[in-house]
Design a protein around this ligand. Structure first.
Ligand code: CO
Length: 327
């Protein structure tokens, strides 16, 4: 307050910073509570303690921070240990490309984070990872989506990042890199990468069926569009989805029409995880393998996620490079 009793601008800014930081800390605590069984009152005391710490720090704003750039890679996550190699491959290629810039990871699926927490592996949500990066003094962050299309997960990521981009004393710049299949250009490069990655043992009249995830989100249309572009290069490549359209029944009908008797099943997801193991290649009656089998089409699954291929990861990295160029 000044002498006249009016609050000064700096007081208001200071209060704003305090409120934002308190909000972030609540978020942070909420995240820990979800993953832990410690009694509630311990967390409430933590909130009070951290709140007062943040009040103390709120007073020390105003000086220009040193630039510190960072990368946050954001994937859905996987509970299948073998599928982790997709993420290791991305980490490897991103490390080679960006050298000294620190790379952090976050996983958008809370189900997977909880599942892995029970096995003792603590994975960060996007909020958690960004709070940590803020506290570590990062000023410029490129958040790269490792999703396949611009679906719900991606939209949520953008909203979260937007919330973080307006914090006083927070990041100076934070930007989201686009998912694999985003622009018309990506359609061309992804189509070519898929064609180049087709199973080498496949013979001419054998089909290849890609399994996309699928979503109620309007961007589900990307899958049918991708099939159109693929079939212009190779008429026996199909794209179905687990949770959207085209579904496997529609794909099966198309294959029966073309009198196909053998197919290769290939995940069109970054990891060959639970969906690939069960929905695609599993022994359940409604797995893709068995649905095709009943229609007289024998199939061979290829248990390899898209992020295991260099040419696919290169596309995500190109999007990350674009994001970095705006930092
Ligand atoms: Co799923």
């Amino acid at each position: 307050m000044d002498k006249q009793g009016y609050p000064r601008i700096t007081d208001i800014v200071g209060l704003g910073i305090f409120l934002f930081r308190a909000m972030l800390i609540f978020l942070f605590i909420g995240e820990i509570m979800k993953q832990s069984r410690l009694p509630k009152f311990i967390f409430m005391s933590l909130v009070v303690v951290l709140g007062s710490i943040s009040l103390t720090f709120a007073g020390s704003h105003g000086h220009k921070k040193d630039t510190k750039k960072g990368i946050l890679l954001v994937a859905f996550g996987t509970s299948v240990p073998q599928a982790q190699k997709s993420f290791d491959h991305i980490a490897d290629m991103v490390g080679k490309e960006f050298g000294t810039i620190p790379v952090k990871w976050a996983y958008t699926s809370s189900i997977i984070r909880k599942k892995l927490a029970k096995q003792g592996k603590q994975l960060d949500s996007v909020e958690m990872a960004l709070v940590k990066m803020m506290e570590q003094g990062f000023t410029h962050v490129a958040v790269q989506s490792l999703h396949t299309i611009r679906g719900e997960e991606y939209d949520d990521l953008v909203k979260t990042v937007q919330a973080f981009s307006h914090l006083p004393d927070g990041f100076e710049k934070i930007i989201v890199g686009e998912p694999l299949l985003n622009l018309e250009d990506d359609m061309k490069t992804v189509t070519q990468a898929i064609i180049d990655n087709l199973p080498p043992q496949r013979t001419k009249n054998e089909a290849v069926v890609l399994m996309g995830h699928g979503t109620p989100h309007p961007s589900n249309a990307f899958y049918a569009a991708l099939m159109f572009h693929l079939q212009r290069k190779d008429p026996l490549v199909f794209v179905g989805t687990v949770e959207g359209s085209p579904d496997i029944t529609e794909i099966k009908d198309m294959m029966v029409e073309k009198k196909i008797s053998k197919a290769w099943l290939v995940p069109f997801m970054s990891v060959a995880g639970d969906h690939a193991m069960n929905d695609m290649a599993g022994d359940e009656e409604d797995s893709w393998k068995n649905i095709l089998g009943k229609a007289g089409i024998s199939s061979t699954p290829v248990m390899k996620g898209t992020a295991e291929y260099d040419n696919m990861v290169t596309i995500w990295i190109a999007h990350l490079k674009t994001a970095m160029s705006y930092l």
